[in-house]
Design a protein around this ligand. Structure first.
Ligand code: ARG
Length: 588
């Protein structure tokens, strides 16, 4: 379906043309004086110079051509030359009927769908998930869903941090504690036990302990580096331990992400590209891109137009070890060979911007990607506490994701049980659903690149620009629809009719913006646009609801038309929250 503003503009262009003026002047926008009119066109002002005529005369000529328009009504020329207008009510109703009949509510599907890959989540195995990883998961999941909704193919990869020093640290600490484990016996040739020599709880304690020790004890750090090296070069016992660490951590990660309603198509990680690094580095050398500098292998990536210094991209350290840039480059190579995507999107904290700038430039220069491949890094801001500083626990430590979610769940549960309307089990179930909307909406409603303040009180409020407010509105609509059906009426065959009141029309106009909004959200990878849309939509619905007797309406056909409007409104809100990555409960 065409966008409503385009349809109105088209009508305006025809009017300009019919009145003898350039059609291009007929661009229509939403009114910036909603108290006066719904839409406006400033084309007559621009035409004044062109035609050496007073703008108001042009505007009058054009308005006269629109007197009988089926698209707009009340078209008036206002000094000095604005064209103000409202939308024709029957036209609006017809537009909404077409939306209601379309699976995607009028969003046009691409002629040739693209293939994208998105790299998000990015947790580091064996290190606890913290709030820093929360944004990547929430925003990435939503962008993945937006792309899919827009009709393109997208593969989501978690890209685990599973190959770094943290693995060596854990192995070192295990060896300190249990030196007799068979994994450390280099002469052992048999099978290793199926059962890991540690539990998840132990693992979660081992890493911070080891990390702390390595910061104080040089020798310990040396050992950890050596263990990392041994692991990476394939020492059997170390690989076996690594497999145990992976199995336990990944199971825990899967549980955590499932709670967040985040699903990855691929669970690949840095370790997966280990074997292809030597050949990649060699080829970069052979092709003349990489050279030795102070013992390290590097590729220059600075460009003449740079305003800031972009250091060379390091491929191998002087000891031959791979770096974060190396695994990212090798992963690009692998992704291109295996999936050949049109576009790669990465979601990390914006402090990694330079890293991605170097990696992208190096990938282009060394031809790991084709010239058309789009590479995009979405760097997000920091989630701060109410004090404006990065989010911490009360005792000042880094906030763990599970604790943060538990806090919000508890606050939500308190609110749910306050009214005493729900039994304990339902309250708990509902609190979880609503809490997730609070966290996700609180995050997604901000432009990703900005820092934002995580404020539990505000996020969990049922009023204002919050997830729970959106869900509350959906639940309200659902309850009206249920009552309508319980009253013996059917939802089949009912049709949206022309609006009877200003509140109804305002609601219908908000709804009509859907396809334009969703297209913009896709093109700009911008979930916040969806949040802004559903917030306006919920406000428009609630005004309509407070001003209108819906179920009490005596005229059955009017009532049916209200209900049809509610059905569309609900379906659109549900489609929107689904792409944002949360859902609505039955009651709340
Ligand atoms: N594991 C990394 C971190 O915690 C994030 C990985 C992001 N993805 C990537 N391809 N570099 O910072």
């Amino acid at each position: 379906m065409k966008k409503i503003l385009d349809l109105i503009s088209l009508q305006m262009q025809q009017a300009f043309e019919a009145a003898g003026y350039d059609a291009n002047l007929g661009k229509v926008t939403l009114s910036n004086r909603p108290d006066l009119c719904e839409y406006q066109c400033n084309g007559a002002m621009a035409g004044a110079k062109l035609y050496k005529k007073a703008p108001i005369m042009i505007a009058n000529d054009v308005a006269a051509k629109l007197a009988d328009s089926k698209v707009v009504e009340n078209v008036t020329a206002v000094a000095p030359g604005f064209l103000n207008m409202d939308l024709n009510k029957e036209f609006l109703a017809q537009f909404l009927r077409e939306m209601a009949a379309d699976e995607k509510f009028g969003l046009e599907m691409p002629q040739s769908p693209k293939k994208l890959m998105i790299d998000y989540g990015g947790p580091n195995v064996a290190k606890p998930l913290h709030v820093g990883h929360l944004r990547s998961a929430i925003i990435g999941e939503s962008i993945k869903r937006i792309v899919r909704y827009a009709g393109h193919e997208i593969i989501g990869d978690i890209h685990l941090g599973d190959w770094g020093l943290q693995m060596g640290l854990i192995i070192t600490e295990l060896q300190e504690r249990q030196p007799d484990l068979v994994y450390f016996d280099e002469s052992y040739e048999g099978d290793y036990p199926a059962e890991a020599p540690f539990t998840l709880a132990e693992l979660e304690e081992i890493y911070p302990t080891a990390s702390g020790k390595s910061k104080e004890d040089e020798a310990y750090k040396e050992k950890a580096l050596e263990a990392t090296f041994k692991l990476q070069s394939g020492v059997r016992g170390y690989r076996a331990l690594w497999n145990h660490i992976m199995a336990i951590s990944v199971a825990d990660l899967k549980k955590n992400y499932a709670n967040l309603n985040v699903e990855f198509d691929l669970w690949k990680g840095e370790s997966d590209v280990h074997d292809i690094i030597p050949a990649m580095a060699q080829k970069m050398k052979d092709d003349g891109y990489a050279y030795m500098s102070e013992g390290a292998l590097v590729v220059d990536v600075k460009e003449e137009t740079d305003t800031k210094e972009i250091p060379p991209c390091m491929i191998l350290k002087s000891d031959g070890a791979a770096l974060y840039t190396t695994t990212d480059l090798a992963t690009i190579k692998e992704r291109m060979e295996e999936y050949n995507p049109d576009k790669l999107i990465y979601l990390t904290d914006k402090r990694q911007s330079l890293h991605f700038e170097q990696v992208f430039r190096c990938a282009r220069k060394t031809k790991l990607v084709s010239p058309e491949t789009e590479l995009m890094h979405i760097g997000f801001g920091t989630m701060n506490g109410k004090d404006g500083k990065p989010f911490k626990t009360r005792d000042g430590g880094v906030m763990r994701l599970e604790h943060l979610l538990a806090d919000i769940n508890a606050e939500m549960l308190r609110k749910m049980t306050e009214g005493g309307k729900m039994d304990a089990a339902e309250a708990e179930e509902t609190a979880k659903i609503v809490a997730l909307s609070a966290v996700k909406y609180g995050d997604l409603s901000n432009q990703a690149s900005k820092d934002y303040v995580f404020d539990i009180d505000r996020f969990t409020s049922f009023e204002g620009d919050t997830g729970p407010y959106i869900l509350y509105t959906i639940v309200r609509i659902k309850s009206i629809l249920t009552k309508y059906v319980q009253g013996g009426a059917s939802l089949d065959g009912i049709q949206i009719q022309a609006p009877l009141t200003k509140h109804q029309k305002d609601l219908m106009i908000e709804i009509s913006k859907f396809n334009a909004m969703m297209e913009g959200a896709y093109e700009e990878c911008a979930p916040h646009k969806i949040c802004a849309y559903i917030y306006d939509l919920c406000n428009a619905f609630n005004s309509f609801y407070h001003e209108t007797k819906i179920l009490a309406e005596e005229d059955e056909s009017k009532k049916a038309s209200f209900i049809a409007l509610l059905v569309l409104c609900k379906e659109i809100l549900e489609a929107c929250i689904d792409v944002l990555g949360f859902e609505a409960p039955e009651r709340m």
